[in-house]
Design a protein around this ligand. Structure first.
Ligand code: ATP
Ligand code: MG
Length: 406
């Protein structure tokens, strides 16, 4: 069963029990745009308790706000009671939720194209705020007055840019002007919510246009407290030259490629990234330029075995293109990499610490250096067997005879 079939089954079951029920929000927009919806949400006049009673398996996670998750097989569908939200004291969370009509439910939604319902049985679109007209015009427009709607929830400003980026629509001029006016409030929103929308923008193939909008509206300036604007043109070109499909951390590394690693990581603190994402950004920014050098075989093998090597390659390629420099060294490197196919990049060292001591090495700092140098020689292909390694180590010890006593 697909998510869509599961959602329609839920609609039918609610209808059979005498309730109103429809598909709602993003999935209706995407179906009309012939895009694949990410998820299918159901809206109904049944109260959370009614929904919980009607379906065998439910999660009442957001029941207070009128949302119940219905489980069908392994599929989770959000079933939300038609509601209005009011009293956004903090520009984030509505303090009151009231169950109401579909028309009022549509009115609480952010943009006209997100405020439609679809009756999958009569195959009818229910469109109170001219969402279909805006889909035709290809614009993002708030439901109601933009300044008021952004004042209720500042995140909507960033959502406007995210939707514009993802579906390639313009932001309607009055809506856009209100984003520019309100941009300074964006940091009142939690870092996690900002990160989720920013991720949607940066992973989109259309991310360069997204960044231009973030800069134009002032959102970029406020999210990253002023940085990025001098090098903005370069950052936009960087994002345009990254591969179509990338993850959030590579997108951020692209955005900050003109800055020092620590500065970039500092700017990302607000986003509450995971430790792994931070490590990825750190690696990518620290290793800028490495792939252009004449790498030894050992250096290449060590780099290649890094988990984010392909991201580094993509980032360097984008840097070359964005700054009108040759990608020649990268093409050469790719050929070298192809020749390494099937070669073990990080083989076990031919000798371990005990072996080295048995050969006369003295425990201490020089032992570590010896082990490292031997491993490099092994990766360079100079040592094929443990016997080769023993000979090499014996020579090394002779050459470094007085090493530990000085
Ligand atoms: P996506 O395909 O990216 O999930 P979506 O439109 O489904 O896009 P969601 O964030 O999943 O977006 O929200 C579902 C629906 O809930 C939206 O289409 C919109 O109608 C409404 N909505 C979500 N967040 C807000 C908000 N901050 N303010 C007003 N309405 C919102
Ligand atoms: Mg959604």
């Amino acid at each position: 069963m697909t998510n869509k079939q599961a959602a329609i089954r839920i609609v039918r079951q609610l209808r059979d029990a005498g309730f109103e029920a429809m598909l709602a929000g993003g999935c209706v927009r995407d179906m009309l745009l012939k895009r694949k919806p990410k998820d299918y949400d159901v809206a109904t006049d049944a109260k959370p308790n009614d929904v919980a009673k009607l379906f065998r398996r439910t999660l009442k996670v957001g029941a207070k706000f009128g949302v119940v998750v219905v489980l069908i097989d392994k599929i989770q569908i959000e079933v939300a009671t038609f509601r209005t939200e009011s009293g956004y004291a903090d520009g984030r969370h509505p303090s009151r939720v009231r169950f109401t009509s579909p028309r009022e439910d549509a009115a609480r939604r952010d943009f006209t194209i997100n405020a439609m319902f679809f009756d999958p049985i009569a195959k009818k679109v229910i469109d109170y705020y001219k969402g279909q007209a805006d889909l035709k015009k290809r614009v993002i427009r708030t439901v109601g007055k933009p300044a008021e709607r952004f004042g209720e929830d500042y995140l909507r400003m960033l959502r406007a840019v995210r939707f514009s980026t993802q579906i390639g629509f313009a932001i309607e001029p009055k809506t856009k002007a209100a984003v520019c006016d309100g941009a300074k409030n964006i940091t009142k929103i939690s870092g996690e919510r900002i990160a989720a929308e920013l991720e949607g923008i940066l992973v989109s193939p259309n991310r360069a246009e997204g960044l231009e909008l973030l800069i134009e509206t002032g959102l970029a300036h406020h999210i990253f407290s002023g940085c990025g604007c001098p090098g903005a043109g370069f950052a936009v070109r960087m994002l345009a030259n990254l591969p179509k499909r990338i993850d959030f951390a590579l997108g951020l590394a692209g955005l900050f490629v003109g800055f020092e690693t620590d500065f970039a990581l500092g700017k990302c603190e607000l986003l509450k990234l995971s430790r792994n994402q931070e490590k990825q950004i750190e690696f990518l920014l620290d290793k800028r330029g490495c792939l252009l050098k004449e790498l030894s075989l050992a250096e290449l093998k060590l780099l290649l075995s890094e988990p984010y090597f392909e991201d580094l390659f993509a980032l360097q390629k984008a840097i070359q293109k964005a700054s009108n420099q040759t990608v020649g060294p990268l093409i050469k490197l790719r050929k070298r990499i192809k020749q390494l196919k099937g070669v073990e990049l990080r083989p076990k060292p031919l000798l371990n610490g005990h072996d080295l001591i048995a050969l006369g090495a003295v425990p201490g700092p020089s032992l570590g250096q010896l082990a490292d140098e031997m491993y490099i020689a092994q990766l360079e292909g100079k040592l094929q067997s443990a016997d080769d390694a023993k000979q090499w180590v014996t020579k090394w010890l002779q050459a470094h005879k007085n090493y530990d006593s000085v």
